[in-house]
Design a protein around this ligand. Structure first.
Ligand SMILES: [Zn+2]
Length: 327
């Protein structure tokens, strides 16, 4: 059995931050990753499940949703209803300590289980939500655990987002930008970039392939002046670009990381943070706002420029999906 590299196995996420000012002792967080071993093998039996008869009561699954949304382009909450019998399904939001229903739908009339989708109405801020399955003659009322969804205020920050976007239009034209998200608001960071990727093995009948997908986002703190915002936006876009070699192959990503680690080895800060700062310098021509390093000449400048050139214009889709052969 061949062991896959950690990159391709399971799900990985990385957060890369740009702090407000030097935290006295804390090292800048350099991302985290969780991996679940998923080794495809031709002998892997498929999962089976089923049920016969019984009088189980209707149930609600765990709601599935996006934590980061905007008031302009919202998504929805989906939840599985076991034993759907045309029950009312409601999405509730907590406003000033009180739960109120903000959207409703109905479960299907029959079947053993079904996914139900609830629209999330526009409401800026980080708010608590829950799903309520209305009672029927088959079940009592079922209430999900509450969960938080943040909606970035598109109207309030329209100008600010447009400004940030203008600095990264060429290289991150469609990466979503969220302003004052909880992670940025409750930390020392003024910017964050996330790339979450997942490779799921799939049997095609002839062999195994991986279905890949990634989600890329940028989070920024409000209130940055033009010079600072420009640097922060480009630095975060640089993190987005750092992950793009994954879109080509694991080998391309490994090669890119290897070069980054070698060229940006010196200095206290994480090489990928130093590289992002130097990638910003490569565009602005200044190190004035650099936080992790101001040493961006020679091989560092060359590498920073080559990152934009090689990956800046490729794989720009922040919701990209693609398939590769496994093995
Ligand atoms: Zn960073």
């Amino acid at each position: 059995m061949k062991t896959r590299t950690s990159l391709v196995a399971g799900l990985a996420a990385a957060a890369l931050c740009l702090p407000v000012a030097a935290p006295a002792v804390a090292a800048p967080s350099s991302g985290s990753a969780t991996f679940a071993a998923q080794v495809p093998s031709a002998q892997a039996p498929s999962a089976r499940s089923g049920s016969v008869g019984g009088a189980a009561s209707a149930k609600l699954g765990k709601p599935s949703y996006r934590k980061l949304q905007t008031t302009k382009k919202r998504t929805s909450v989906t939840v599985r209803v076991t034993k759907p019998r045309y029950q009312k399904v409601a999405l509730q939001r907590k406003d000033s300590g009180k739960w109120r229903t903000v959207s409703t739908t109905r479960a299907p009339r029959a079947g053993s289980s079904a996914k139900v989708t609830l629209r999330v109405p526009a409401k800026a801020g980080n708010r608590a939500y829950r799903v309520v399955l209305g009672k029927s003659k088959h079940n009592k009322t079922v209430v999900s655990k509450s969960f938080k969804i943040f909606q970035s205020d598109s109207k309030k920050h329209a100008k600010y987002i447009a400004k940030a976007r203008s600095y990264i239009k060429k290289y991150c034209p469609t990466t979503p930008i969220y302003i004052d998200s909880p992670r940025v608001k409750d930390s020392w960071a003024i910017g964050m970039a996330w790339t979450r990727w997942k490779a799921t093995p799939r049997w095609t009948g002839k062999g195994w392939v991986y279905d890949w997908k990634w989600t890329q986002t940028i989070e920024l703190a409000s209130g940055q002046d033009a010079g600072q915002l420009r640097h922060t936006a480009i630095h975060e876009c640089a993190h987005i670009v750092q992950a793009r070699p994954i879109g080509k192959s694991e080998a391309a990503y490994d090669a890119s990381k290897k070069a980054e680690k070698k060229i940006f080895a010196k200095g206290a800060a994480d090489p990928q943070e130093q590289q992002a700062d130097c990638m910003a310098t490569a565009i602005t021509g200044s190190t004035r706002y650099n936080y992790y390093t101001s040493s961006c000449k020679g091989s560092r400048a060359k590498n920073a420029k080559s990152m934009w050139k090689k990956w800046g214009l490729k794989y720009q889709n922040p919701e990209r999906r693609w398939t590769t052969p496994a093995g």
